[in-house]
Design a protein around this ligand. Structure first.
Ligand SMILES: C[S@@+](CC[C@H](N)C(=O)[O-])C[C@H]1O[C@@H](n2cnc3c(N)ncnc32)[C@H](O)[C@@H]1O
Length: 385
């Protein structure tokens, strides 16, 4: 690894930069224990199967596997501060085959240039299919998955990785997901309510395998005291948002208790509005004071603004004057449909109903680092007026 650092990174300490570039977030022992148990409850492996931990870090997975009695474990770790025998997984010889590849690969941090995988830096990139070898850069977790596939012995072999939960957003990462579908007929996605690292990074444990009983199935699991499980068709990998917490929440609670979705009242297209990061007069901090249309104002000029990001503010909604107000960039803004646009009472009632259900939007939006909601989370929300 040469040239780890970018000029723009200089305000961070070298330690921090290394952490971001190499994705050094070490999985807590109790989580490692739980996910190894989970794997064993779905797929039997005898203690003398061959295992690879491709990004061993502080060896949390390796130690736990040894404790569980596994005795043929190989490991790679690139950082010479963590191992006496540094090894870049992408230079690890492809002819070594394993029954199980398990661990927590580094994740790319979207704004850290050197946390990506650059195909041009390596000689052998035959593991990159579906046009991925032509890309200038790809997220490193995807490169880890794809190279790991090449290290599997046979159809009984599995990959079991901690992954960012955003990997399973519908219609995202489809080149990689298609390769996974060519190689595996069972996928298990596990999430719980614990924090897996020192930092709050939303992630899951994904097992890519073949289990006769669950052929062509995805098993979604969520634990928060209760254990929830849902088995769905594997084809949904490409199109659905397979985040166990939000998927299972939606299934249990639906999209709200009302009769009509908000798409009956709101225009589907995001409205045009004035936005300024610095000079705004509407933000998450004051949107809840904007729930009524003042008497002297033109009702037509009021659109609905909902906070789409941020743990504590997500779902907060108000009515903004499209001509006068300037918003920061935390919002989705929707115009009301023509036939409802002069109905002051309806506009105010909708805003009040959404605000009563902020918790619903919080539960749906556990996708990325900072909670974020999708346009359809709001448009599909059902209310009674
Ligand atoms: C997210 S940490 C996980 C460590 C360990 N698996 C765990 O769960 O605690 C990822 C590790 O991968 C290492 N790493 C990053 N790029 C690598 C590469 N190309 N080859 C091998 N290891 C790499 C990092 O130094 C870091 O220790």
């Amino acid at each position: 690894m040469v040239n780890l650092y970018n000029a723009e990174d200089t305000q961070n300490s070298m330690e921090e930069i290394k952490k971001f570039v190499l994705g050094q977030y070490f999985t807590k022992e109790e989580i490692v224990k739980r996910v190894i148990n989970l794997l064993q409850s779905y797929k039997y492996y005898s203690k003398d199967v061959s295992i690879l931990e491709p990004s061993a870090g502080t060896r949390n997975f390796v130690k736990e596997l040894v404790k569980s009695g596994f005795n043929k474990i190989n490991e790679c770790e690139i950082d010479k501060d963590l191992t006496n025998n540094p090894q870049d997984f992408f230079n690890f010889e492809e002819k070594s085959k394993f029954d199980l590849v398990i661990g927590n690969p580094p994740f790319t941090k979207y704004n850290v240039k050197n946390s990506y995988f650059y195909p041009s830096k390596y000689q052998n990139i035959s593991f990159l299919e579906n046009g991925l070898n032509k890309k200038e850069k790809i997220q490193i977790e995807k490169a880890f998955i794809l190279k790991s596939i090449k290290h599997l012995k046979n159809k009984e072999s599995s990959i079991a990785f901690v992954l960012p939960i955003s990997f399973f957003i519908g219609n995202k990462n489809n080149e990689t997901k298609k390769i996974l579908l060519d190689n595996f007929s069972t996928i298990i996605i596990y999430q719980n309510d614990k924090s897996w690292f020192e930092e709050p990074i939303p992630c899951c444990f994904a097992i890519f395998t073949n289990i006769e009983e669950y052929k062509d199935k995805i098993i979604l699991l969520y634990e928060d005291g209760e254990k929830i499980k849902e088995v769905i068709d594997i084809g949904k990998l490409l199109t659905e948002e397979l985040i166990p917490k939000s998927f299972l929440y939606k299934k249990k609670n639906g999209n709200g208790k009302g009769k009509h979705t908000l798409s009956k009242y709101l225009s589907e297209k995001i409205a045009k509005y004035q936005r300024d990061y610095k000079n705004n007069n509407i933000s998450g901090a004051n949107i809840l004071t904007k729930t009524k249309i003042p008497k002297e104002k033109n009702i037509k000029e009021y659109s609905l603004a909902v906070v789409r990001v941020g743990n504590s503010s997500i779902g907060k909604t108000g009515l903004i004057n499209i001509k006068e107000n300037i918003l920061n960039d935390m919002f989705y803004v929707f115009d009301f449909k023509e036939e409802h646009n002069l109905n002051k009472e309806l506009k105010e009632k909708i805003v009040s109903e959404i605000n009563k259900n902020q918790e619903h939007f919080r539960n749906l939006s556990v996708r990325v680092g900072s909670k974020s909601m999708k346009k359809n989370d709001l448009l599909n929300f059902k209310i009674n007026l």
